[in-house]
Design a protein around this ligand. Structure first.
Ligand SMILES: [Zn+2]
Length: 423
């Protein structure tokens, strides 16, 4: 086998001629000089159509490729421009890299694969690139997949949610398919205009066959859905409702904690002392109060027993929270009956936070009943929602919302990035 063919195979280069391989001492990298095979030459970098030559562009340039052993590798080639009928003067297409990229296609694909499966530092340390670069790569790879798949095909039951992706109130609107569990659409913003973009993309025919739309109870979502998909049943997302109950419980927990602290340290100069006794126990019990009973540790079970004995009011609040969770666990007619009982119970409880929650539930009763009737899996939408939230946190440091969306799509859109060189 000729030496150039060995290199061509080793770097996984198709439609590419290897001219020479050298070591660049300054860059401490292997530099592989290449050119496109004759058949792949003279095509527009954006659309791939043949086009006449225009100029030399910016001359020779380099693309970072996958490492050779422990050493970094660059491909080096001329990057002339062609005059495309559609795109005007454009840098020529090269078989080894995406348009406008500083890395080879294989490098991009490997980086995207790692970004979806490992930690931020694992990707940046292993590949020796910055996190922002990972963001651009992920956006390129996701855009490539978008060209090949129609994510909005076959939607019937969808969930709409808003998710904060950056500190300082930057939000994404996301749409999830209840039947596949996939994330199908996301865009920056959280208002009716943002959601209109989704319905525009979906088109009138595919919008007309939507049967259920679940969401938190935000007015802007309700308005946009009523306007664009009036035939779809609007359902409350159970986990948002249960979270309201957890918040109401927390109001009671803080009240109990403050009361216990007041009992302990009536004097101001004592306030700085370490909180002990009941107040401390209450603080430690907060996870026990928030958690689902079936996942409690023994210790947390004891904490709840202790609350039941010592603070009947907080205990009542806890049972109300659990009661609302039960409503969504049994669903259907049974769930609706349980909700009626819950509303009576909340009224009798005289706990202000739960009286408030009761009013809210009555306001949204129709959407809650729809959710109980629909049989939509709450676990699925909640787990997708949790995963998106985790991803957006990892994506802090990306430049702008597009890489965040791209990472979420690659991880949760059902079309994950592939490792290079595998069939
Ligand atoms: Zn073109």
């Amino acid at each position: 086998m000729r030496e150039s063919s060995v290199w061509q195979r080793a770097f996984g280069l198709a439609h590419t001629v290897v001219e020479s391989v050298d070591f660049d001492d300054d860059a401490e990298a292997v530099v592989v000089s290449v050119r496109s095979a004759a058949r792949a030459q003279g095509r527009c970098g954006r659309c791939g159509r043949r086009a006449p030559g225009y100029d030399r562009g910016e001359g020779r340039r380099r693309w970072r490729a996958l490492d050779l052993g422990t050493t970094r590798v660059f491909l080096e080639a001329d990057a002339p421009r062609v005059r495309c009928r559609a795109h005007g003067p454009t840098v020529v297409r090269v078989p080894w890299a995406r348009h406008d990229a500083g890395h080879t296609r294989d490098f991009d694909d490997q980086a995207a694969w790692l970004a979806v499966r490992t930690s931020k530092t694992a990707v940046t340390d292993l590949l020796r690139i910055g996190w922002r670069t990972v963001g651009s790569i992920v956006a390129r790879v996701s855009a490539d997949i978008d060209l090949m798949v129609d994510r909005l095909e076959g939607l019937r039951r969808i969930g709409i949610d808003e998710i904060s992706y950056k500190r300082g109130h930057r939000y994404l609107t996301v749409v999830v398919d209840h039947d596949s569990g996939r994330l199908v659409w996301a865009a920056p913003g959280r208002d009716e205009a943002t959601l209109d973009q989704f319905f525009d993309q979906l088109g009138p025919e595919r919008t007309a066959v939507l049967t259920h739309v679940s969401a938190d109870m935000a007015d802007w979502i309700a308005r946009a859905v009523a306007r664009r998909a009036p035939q779809a049943l609007r359902c409350a997302d159970a986990f948002h409702i249960v979270r309201w109950a957890v918040d109401a419980l927390d109001v009671e927990r803080r009240r109990a904690w403050n009361a216990a602290r007041g009992r302990q340290h009536p004097g101001t100069e004592l306030r700085r002392r370490r909180v002990t006794g009941d107040a401390r126990a209450l603080k430690q019990a907060r996870f026990a109060l928030w958690k689902n009973p079936d996942t409690l540790t023994d210790r947390q079970r004891h904490q709840l027993d202790w609350i039941a004995k010592t603070d009947p009011r907080l205990w009542r609040a806890y049972l109300l929270k659990e009661g609302l969770r039960y409503v969504f666990a049994v669903k259907g007619t049974e769930g609706k009956e349980a909700l009626d009982q819950w509303l009576d119970w909340a009224q009798r409880s005289q706990l202000p936070a739960f009286l408030e929650l009761r009013k809210r539930l009555i306001t949204h009763r129709e959407a809650i009943d729809n959710a109980l009737d629909s049989g939509l899996s709450n676990a699925l939408i909640e787990s997708t929602n949790t995963k998106i939230r985790l991803l957006t946190r990892i994506a802090y440091g990306f430049h702008g919302p597009q890489p965040v969306i791209a990472l979420a799509m690659l991880a949760l859109g059902g079309h994950p990035p592939r490792l290079p060189g595998r069939t």
